[in-house]
Ligand binder design. Structure first.
Ligand code: HEM
Length: 158
């Protein structure tokens, strides 16, 4: 079932989120060089990405494209996705109501994970970056099986 659309979330909120996010991306030491080599017109990119997010979050259907195909030729790895998501989360929490921020962060985590799978970039980040809090994967300690429960001697009930 698709997520419900939070009452306060509209196209203008998404445009603001996209605008603030890409202002950080373009000056980011890791992401900036990749984007600046590909994006000639940032206004056009932001309009396209707002249409993408309005299709995802508001189900507007404005975006027609193939994001995976666009990312496959890029010189990027798991660290780029990690940084991208960190900036997306930070921006969403600063710009949006908590419910809308949580929704957009959840979508980005799932879409980012799908892209990384499609690009063969899952590796050791799999559990954590999918947004699924798998504690065992985040811990350096191996998970110990529970201690064996001593067996009670059989009793006869007479
Ligand atoms: C959840 C993560 C991401 C999402 C949802 C996302 C989404 C998108 C979308 C929808 C487009 C437009 C594709 C089109 O032209 O139709 C795009 C373009 C682009 N993305 Fe991402 N992206 C993500 C992660 C990244 C990362 C980690 C990088 C690497 C630094 C990146 C770099 C780019 C670049 C350079 C373009 C422009 C490509 C071009 O003009 O050919 N993206 N992204």
């Amino acid at each position: 079932m698709p997520n419900a659309i939070p009452a306060g979330l509209d196209e203008a909120c998404l445009a603001r989120q996209v605008d603030r996010f890409y202002e950080k991306v373009r000056v980011d030491p890791l992401l900036g060089p990749v984007f600046n080599a590909m994006v000639d017109d940032w206004d056009v990119h932001k309009v396209l990405l707002t249409s993408f997010w309005s299709t995802v979050a508001l189900r507007s259907g404005h975006y027609r494209g193939n994001p995976l195909a666009k990312h496959q030729p890029l010189p990027i790895g798991a660290a780029h996705f990690q940084r991208w998501l960190a900036l997306w989360r930070e921006t969403a929490r600063a710009e949006l109501e908590p419910e809308s921020a949580a929704l957009l962060i959840g979508y980005a985590e799932r879409i980012g994970y799908g892209m990384r799978v499609g690009m063969g970039l899952t590796g050791h980040l799999r559990g954590r970056e999918s947004g699924i809090p798998i504690r065992a994967l985040q811990s350096a300690q191996p998970v110990k099986p529970p201690a064996a429960v001593p067996r009670r001697p059989a009793t006869t009930s007479r």
